[in-house]
Design a protein around this ligand. Structure first.
Ligand code: SF4
Length: 207
């Protein structure tokens, strides 16, 4: 397992009595901690059961997610669903979410301050979900969750890291990146993703 040269670890949050995924979602729906609340239509807290072995984390909701309040429902999400199903994952056994719970305007990249501002919600979700593994989708999420000195996703996809959440994390391509490449030939991003998702499935099945 490769370690980033400057590993980060978030400070644990203070205990919150009677915390729950529903309470977190309600707080997110009322949140005005960063300017993204001014332009969002719906908040997108995440979706899945209350206890999981594996959590998928992307960077931020897109237009379809902002309209529906559900993560990964647009074209990229549908592509991810196909990959997960082909590998034998059941989406109802996974929790899927983003670092940011509100859409950045025009799908611009999240800023570091927005991500740090929003991360306590994700920390609380992970504390309740207690996953053994995280799958981190795309370069921005990987650099935040694994560490700023992490090499680019094309170099480290499929590798395992210690994350800022203290949970074993695999770096994966974001499905929106995979949509830009139609080919599935050996060595292509879609082919690489297929190898990586099988690596993840093998680890998941061993839990
Ligand atoms: S992105 Fe996060 S911190 Fe910013 S307003 Fe939305 S829920 Fe609050």
């Amino acid at each position: 397992m490769r370690k980033p040269s400057r590993p980060q670890r978030l400070e644990p949050l203070p205990d919150i009595a009677d915390d729950s995924l529903e309470r977190i979602a309600t707080e997110i729906s009322q949140c005005q901690k960063c300017d993204l609340h001014k332009t969002r239509n719906q908040t997108v807290p995440g979706a899945g059961p209350h206890s999981v072995k594996l959590v998928f984390i992307g960077e931020a909701p897109g237009a379809d997610e902002d309209a529906s309040g559900i993560p990964f429902v647009g074209r990229a999400g549908q592509h991810l669903d196909k990959i997960l199903a082909a590998a034998g994952f059941k989406r109802e056994e996974l929790f899927i979410c983003n670092i940011l719970k509100c859409r950045p305007p025009e799908n611009r990249d999240p800023t570091l301050s927005e991500m740090f501002c929003c991360t306590p919600y994700l920390q609380r979700q992970l504390r309740l979900l207690k996953p053994s593994l995280i799958a981190c989708l795309g370069n921005i999420a990987v650099k935040f969750v694994i560490g700023p000195d992490t090499p680019g996703i094309t170099k480290i996809h499929g590798e395992w890291f210690n994350s800022i959440f203290g949970i074993q994390t695999i770096a994966l391509y974001h499905p929106s990146f995979l949509l830009r490449s139609a080919t599935r030939e050996k060595g292509s991003p879609n082919w690489q993703m297929w190898q990586d998702i099988q690596t993840l499935k093998k680890r998941y099945d061993s839990l």
